[in-house]
Design a protein around this ligand. Structure first.
Ligand SMILES: Cc1cc2nc3c(=O)[nH]c(=O)nc-3n(C[C@H](O)[C@H](O)[C@H](O)COP(=O)(O)OP(=O)(O)OC[C@H]3O[C@@H](n4cnc5c(N)ncnc54)[C@H](O)[C@@H]3O)c2cc1C
Length: 439
């Protein structure tokens, strides 16, 4: 029986163990530095809540078949709805989640709207991403949609998400988001943490050993055996973020380390507020004429998602989870995320949650001037998601790390290796399936 060590109990690591255990004949051990499974999708639950909530906003798309199938196999339902996705621009909230809402968007000339709609339709139906990767999103979008659409619709989003790298992002990254994403969004019953815990329980029942609170800082290889945490293994599969992996496996050739160190990453910084009253105001007239948006339309009339298309704001999205999933699962309170992706050295990472909230509050009041945080804010938390977003530059396929490494019996898969897709639990699970086929 081959002894396999898996590093990381995020969805990629757990799924690798899941698919490996289905193949049989493997003695599997997982090492995870945190006390719970879930990685970037990790969540928590207060005593009076029925469901867990993620530290950072999470949902699924209708194309996320690996994640929905995994949930199904473990007996967990996935709820799909069509919540409102909106944009804050010109000091107002406007709906922007369908061709119709684009055509009624007030801040673009009709010619720009038509060019934008045509190119988005092209990207939605064109499966050939490779020719696109040699362009930056900026140059391609300006070329095909025009400068007005770039300035009004996309530049603030690229700037908010990628900061100093905003001009470098490959068009294939943008393509993947249009090609794969749906207006209907899914949520795992009980939360993503519930799925991670069910998966962990399944693995334990199958005899998989899982060590939490066990960070692996070095790995020694001798005579075809790997030694980790004083245990020996025939095979190691790492799902650690690439920069961590390169530090742990010091025997990797310098040329390999140099090549894959070039991929830059941003960290996620999310503030989660628990509120007595909903924060995002209802939209008066939705552009689709109030068509059905799911089984419980009264619950989704307030926006779930608000992109911030205003470069003066210190955050890039406001996500009101309880305008998507019912507040009854969370003690009848409302949950609001304030999201950011930032470089590791950004000053926000040195600030306390109170300092940051003070900084964010005037901007939140611009979104809803009549909201009284003193009356309604019950608590707020701050969470960091390390190495949460690789910076996908032009011709990324040339630097996409392969799952095999120059060292035999050492495999690696993480957010950097799912290209052309953008990071997501679905692709972490698909990656786990691929990794499980290697040993
Ligand atoms: C803000 C944000 C929003 C997101 N939104 C969505 C969404 O809406 N839908 C969606 O599907 N996905 C979303 N994602 C992405 C999703 O969470 C990730 O793609 C997925 O969880 C990645 O799983 P992974 O296992 O590849 O990596 P990770 O989750 O990063 O797992 C790596 C694991 O390795 C562990 N580890 C690190 N160092 C060590 C060490 N030295 N020793 C041992 N263990 C170690 C970590 O603790 C972690 O558990 C979002 C992510 C973020 C940050």
């Amino acid at each position: 029986m081959k002894k396999v060590a898996i590093l990381g109990a995020g969805f990629a690591g757990l799924s690798t163990a899941y698919f490996l255990s289905k193949k049989g004949n493997y003695d599997i051990t997982i090492f995870e530095k945190e006390e719970n499974p879930g990685g970037l999708a990790v969540g928590f639950k207060k005593n009076n809540w029925k469901w867990t909530i993620e530290q950072a906003y999470h949902h699924l798309f209708t194309s996320d078949s690996y994640a929905t199938n995994m949930a199904k196999e473990l007996g967990i339902g996935v709820i799909f709805k069509r919540p409102l996705t909106t944009t804050y621009t010109h000091s107002a909230i406007v709906q922007l989640d369908s061709p119709l809402s684009l055509l009624s968007f007030p801040y673009l000339k009709m010619s720009s709207k038509l060019r934008t709609a045509a190119t988005l339709a092209f990207l939605k139906f064109n499966p050939y991403w490779k020719p696109l990767e040699k362009y930056t999103a900026k140059e391609w979008l300006i070329n095909y949609q025009g400068i007005e659409s770039w300035k009004q619709l996309w530049e603030p989003l690229f700037s908010g998400k990628f900061g100093e790298y905003e001009d470098d992002i490959s068009m294939s990254w943008f393509w993947a988001r249009i090609y794969k994403r749906s207006a209907s969004l899914g949520y795992i019953e009980g939360g993503f943490q519930h799925l991670a815990e069910k998966l962990t329980q399944y693995l334990k029942n199958k005899g998989v050993k899982i060590y939490f609170n066990t960070a692996i800082h070095n790995a020694v290889e001798k005579d075809g055996q790997w030694y980790l945490d004083r245990k020996n293994f025939d095979v190691v599969i790492s799902t650690l973020p690439m920069p961590v992996f390169l530090k742990v496996f010091t025997k990797l050739p310098q040329s390999y380390i140099k090549k894959y160190s070039k991929i830059k990453h941003l960290h996620a910084l999310n503030m989660l507020l628990e509120l007595k009253k909903p924060f995002l105001p209802p939209l008066k007239n939705t552009s689709d004429g109030g068509q059905s948006k799911g089984e419980d339309s009264s619950e989704v009339e307030r926006p779930y998602w608000l992109n911030i298309n205003d470069k003066s704001f210190p955050f890039l999205a406001v996500v009101e989870h309880t305008n998507f999933m019912d507040k009854k699962y969370y003690g009848n309170n409302h949950l609001l995320y304030i999201g950011n992706y930032l470089p590791r050295e950004h000053r926000f990472f040195k600030m306390t949650k109170t300092e940051l909230f003070k900084l964010f509050k005037p901007y939140l009041q611009k979104i809803n001037p009549s909201y009284d945080f003193n009356l309604n804010a019950l608590r707020f938390e701050l969470f960091v998601g390390p190495f949460a977003q690789p910076v996908v530059t032009k011709n990324y396929s040339e630097i996409k790390p392969p799952l095999t490494t120059p060292i035999p019996n050492l495999y690696v898969g993480n957010l950097d290796s799912i290209y052309p897709w953008d990071r997501g639990t679905n692709y972490a699970i698909e990656l786990g399936k691929k990794l499980a086929d290697l040993p």
